[in-house]
Design a protein around this ligand. Structure first.
Ligand SMILES: *Cc1c(COP(=O)(O)O)cnc(C)c1O
Length: 359
C-alpha cells in the first residue's frame, strides 16, 4: 500500500496510526463480536466509547466543568442556524466579523432570526487578512458575537480575540480545533465540523457554556435545540456513532503525541517550512501576510493560471494530492492539519523547488 500526501481542506488526512487501529477493529471491536458501526448506541460498550471520547476532549482541550460537549450531526453549516435559534433570545441582535465565506454564511443565516451587524470585513482584499476591530462599534446588548477563528478557504486566522465583555463570543473552529491550545473559557460556544482536524465527516462538535442552553426561540425545531442534546448526553436520537469512535482514536493519538502544546509546536514548524519557502520563492507567493497567516491552510499562487494548473497536475502525479486552491481564490492551497507529517511538508517544498527550477 502506498499512501499519498493529502493536502485536502476537508474531508482531510487522518493519522495513519488511527486508521490502522480502526482497520484492526473494523469487524470486531475488542471482544464484542461486532463492529462499532453495528453497535446499538444505547449499549454498554458504545456508552464507554462516547464517554471516553468526551473525557479525552475535555482533558486535551482543558474544557471547564461549566461547559457541555455535544456530539451532533448536520455539519458546521447547521450551526449557522442553530446558534441564532438558541442564542438570539434577548435583544435578538448579534455581531459578525466577515473574514471569509464561512463567516459570511454564518451571518446570512443568522439574519433569518434576528438583527445582524457586520463589525468589519476583509472582503475588499479577497479576505487575505483579519480586519482591525473597533470595540466602540460592538453592539453592547448583542446576544452573541460571531467569528470564524480560522478561514479555511483564504488561509487567515484570528490571533487576538475580540474583547466582547459579557457578550458571548461564538467561534467556528472547524479548521483549527485541536491545532493549538485555546482558552475555552473565553468563548460562549466553540463549534466544528469534524472532517478537517478531528475525524470523518458527519460529526459536529459543539462546546457550549451551560448558561447559554435552555432559552431557544419558540420556533426552534426540537433537533436544533441545544437543550435537547445537552439533557440527553447527545443521545436524544442516534448520534454519529462511528465518527465519535474515530474522534476518540484521534484524541488518544493527540494525547500520546503530547497534547495541544505539542500539536502547536509541530504545526508552527510545518507552517514555517512552507511560508519560509513561499517568501523566498520567485515563482510562488503566499496570499496572506503577517501574524494573520493560518497554521492549517496555506493558499499560494504563481500569478499564472496555466502554471498553477501545470503545478497541480504534476504534484498529483508525484503523490501530493488536493493542492488545487478554492475556486474563489484560484492557485493552490496546502491544508496541513495535525495529521500531515512534517515530512509531507518538507517533501512538498522539495517538489516546489524542483518545479520552480524547471519552469
Ligand atoms: C468546512 C467548514 C465549514 C462547513 O462545514 P460543514 O461541516 O461542511 O457544514 C464551516 N466553517 C468552516 C471554518 C469550515 O472550514
Amino acid at each position: 500500500m502506498s499512501r499519498v500526501y493529502n493536502f485536502s481542506a476537508g474531508p482531510a488526512v487522518l493519522p495513519e496510526e488511527v486508521l490502522n487501529i480502526a482497520a484492526n477493529e473494523l469487524t470486531e471491536y475488542k471482544t464484542t463480536g461486532q463492529s462499532v458501526m453495528e453497535m446499538s448506541h444505547r449499549s454498554k460498550e458504545y456508552g464507554a466509547i462516547i464517554s471516553e471520547c468526551e473525557g479525552l476532549l475535555r482533558e486535551v482541550m482543558s474544557i471547564p466543568d461549566n461547559y457541555k460537549v455535544l456530539f451532533l450531526q448536520g455539519g458546521a453549516s447547521s450551526q449557522f442556524a442553530m446558534i441564532p435559534l438558541n442564542l438570539m433570545n434577548k435583544s435578538k441582535k448579534a455581531d459578525f466579523v466577515i473574514t471569509g465565506q464561512w463567516a459570511k454564511k454564518a451571518y446570512q443565516e443568522a439574519q433569518r432570526y434576528g438583527e445582524c451587524k457586520v463589525i468589519a470585513s476583509s472582503a475588499d482584499k479577497t479576505f487575505s487578512y483579519i480586519p482591525q476591530l473597533d470595540e466602540t462599534s460592538f453592539t453592547k446588548d448583542a446576544d452573541y458575537f460571531h467569528i470564524c477563528m480560522n478561514n479555511t478557504i483564504y488561509g487567515s486566522r484570528f490571533v487576538d480575540l475580540p474583547e466582547t465583555g459579557s457578550v458571548p463570543l461564538v467561534a467556528d473552529m472547524s479548521s483549527c480545533i485541536l491545532s493549538e491550545p485555546y482558552d475555552v473559557s473565553k468563548f460562549g460556544i466553540i463549534y466544528a465540523g469534524a472532517q478537517k482536524n478531528m475525524g470523518p465527516a458527519g460529526l459536529t462538535v459543539v462546546i457550549i457554556r451551560e448558561d447559554l442552553i435552555g432559552n431557544a426561540q419558540d420556533i426552534t425545531p426540537t433537533m436544533f435545540n441545544y437543550k435537547t442534546h445537552a439533557e440527553n448526553d447527545s443521545m436524544y436520537n442516534t448520534p454519529p456513532t462511528y465518527g465519535i469512535y474515530i474522534l476518540k482514536l484521534v484524541l488518544e493519538w493527540v494525547k500520546n503525541k503530547g497534547g495541544l502544546e505539542a500539536m502547536k509546536a509541530i504545526n508552527e514548524k510545518k507552517a514555517a517550512i512552507l511560508y519560509d519557502f513561499l517568501d523566498s520563492s520567485k515563482m510562488f507567493n503566499a496570499t496572506v501576510f503577517g501574524k494573520d497567516r493560518s497554521l492549517m491552510n496555506v493558499p499560494f499562487v504563481t500569478g499564472n493560471e496555466e502554471l498553477d494548473s501545470k503545478f497541480v497536475t504534476q504534484a498529483k502525479a508525484a503523490g501530493f494530492i488536493n493542492l488545487k486552491g478554492h475556486r474563489s481564490v484560484g492557485g493552490m492551497r496546502a491544508s496541513i492539519y495535525n495529521a500531515m507529517p512534517v515530512e509531507g511538508v518538507e517533501k512538498l517544498v522539495e517538489f516546489m523547488k524542483t518545479f520552480e527550477a524547471n519552469n
